[in-house]
Design a protein around this ligand. Structure first.
Ligand code: URA
Length: 443
């Protein structure tokens, strides 16, 4: 306690020390986070520290200290009573990223316990919780008791972050969001891992996105983030690996909550877009390997394919949806999910090949239709969004449909149509194909 007090008195000096590019000790960092939580470090001081870290960085040991201090700011769950290996997946956020919704039941059907805690959409990227809530009745706010009971019974639960898991991150992220300090590798590392390390998992697979629709715009930056997450997570005692994946075009054909959930459910039926299936299976394979259930990639992939072709993954999803209060009939008939009534189709103004489907612009367009939120208290329209009718590399003729927009109010359609049209580029030459999976990063 005396140590904490001594450190708290030195907050301006600690900020200045980091501003000058010097190291903070483990104790400094613990005291800063403890002070932030008890109110003796003010929000403006924490914001100034975040800006100093943004410019000066944190070294590996400082990042570990920051991660652990934030993890320990709230409850650290233990799921040790569950025998099966417990593995979660976290994506750094993309457009059309509905992977968690099909991935979790597939991996759970392979015998892994999947305690999946997801977030809401903010900015141009959607959030898994909003997509799940497009299923009538589906509850993402299970109590810790309900969460444990469901994991024991079904082996999978899809929920939101409980309030007392890494609360320091929640508060710090809110400050970073409004002070231009989000895009910092050590701050992103400690933010993501503090929450995931508090979840009671054995292993974590990360999907680190790179490209125009991602936080990390360049491959070197995304690799640095992936390496940082893997190293810090491993030091904290978890098996952590990362896939580096391309986010220069949306995943699948849909953007928006009900549209995306419906497409994710198609994967469980053995249907749906190839790129979504490919990414989901690659992440599932990595999760099975992290769980120690399959030693080779080929075996893991066979297991994943069998989970889908046998109907086990579909059955797992029926159980999850039923247990969380949703209508399980939706799992068998994804087209029952309600879509917004006002629609508009944009068409190609010339013949050629689709060379670009700008995910950032399409994400913002989907938001403007009502599918996303710009402030955390905004409501989302589950039925709004975009159904792309083409993929990058497709050949189109003049007048062919490129995308259909969905909104609840006609007035939203026209400006969105202009924006979506400018996000889809057509040229004479077919573009070179791009692989969705760029690299796998393990320790
Ligand atoms: N996601 C998080 O949870 N935290 C960050 O800092 C960035 C993305």
């Amino acid at each position: 306690m005396a140590g904490t007090k001594r450190h708290l008195l030195a907050v301006p000096e600690l900020i200045a020390r980091k501003r000058e590019g010097n190291r903070l000790s483990d104790k400094d960092i613990q005291a800063l986070i403890a002070g932030f939580m008890n109110g003796s470090v003010a929000d403006y001081q924490m914001s100034a520290l975040a800006m100093a870290i943004y410019f000066r960085g944190l070294d590996f040991d400082e990042t570990v200290a920051m991660t652990l201090a934030m993890r320990d700011s709230g409850t650290v769950l233990s799921l040790d009573e569950l025998d099966a290996p417990k593995v979660d997946k976290h994506s750094t956020g993309g457009v059309g990223d509905k992977v968690s919704i099909c991935l979790a039941p597939i991996v759970a059907a392979c015998g892994v316990t999947v305690p999946m805690m997801s977030g809401r959409g903010l900015g141009h990227t959607g959030g898994t919780l909003d997509k799940l809530e497009a299923i009538p009745g589906f509850r993402v706010d299970l109590s810790v008791r309900e969460f444990r009971a469901q994991l024991r019974k079904i082996g999978c639960a899809l929920i939101g972050q409980t309030g007392d898991l890494a609360p320091a991150d929640k508060r710090l992220y809110a400050l970073r969001d409004v002070t231009g300090t989000v895009e910092s590798i050590p701050l992103i590392t400690s933010s993501i891992l503090s929450k995931k390390l508090a979840e009671g998992i054995d292993a974590l697979v990360l999907d680190v996105k790179v490209g125009r629709g991602a936080f990390m715009k360049t491959e070197p930056d995304a690799r640095d983030l992936a390496r940082s997450l893997v190293r810090v997570g491993t030091l904290a005692g978890k098996r952590v690996s990362a896939l580096l994946t391309d986010m220069n075009s949306p995943i699948g054909y849909t953007i928006g909550n009900a549209l995306e959930t419906s497409e994710a459910l198609e994967i469980l039926h053995g249907e749906g877009p190839d790129d979504l299936r490919h990414l989901t299976y690659e992440l599932a394979v990595e999760m099975l390997r992290a769980a120690g259930i399959a030693q080779t990639k080929a075996r893991a992939l066979r297991r994943v394919e069998l989970a889908v072709s046998s109907g086990d993954a579909l059955q797992k999803m029926r159980q999850i949806v039923g247990a969380q209060g949703g209508d399980p009939a939706v799992v068998d008939a994804p087209d029952r999910l309600a879509l917004a009534r006002r629609r508009s189709t944009i068409r190609a103004t010339k013949a050629g090949y689709v060379t670009e489907l700008d995910p950032l612009e399409l994400g913002h367009t989907s938001m403007s239709l009502g599918a996303g939120r710009s402030r955390s208290e905004d409501a989302v329209d589950w039925g709004a969004g975009i159904r792309l009718r083409v993929k990058r590399g497709d050949e189109v003729r003049e007048g062919d449909p490129l995308a259909t927009l969905y909104a609840s109010r006609s007035a939203l359609l026209e400006p969105a149509a202009d924006r979506a049209a400018s996000a889809i580029r057509i040229a004479k030459r077919r573009p070179a194909p791009r692989d969705r999976i760029i690299a796998t990063i393990r320790r």
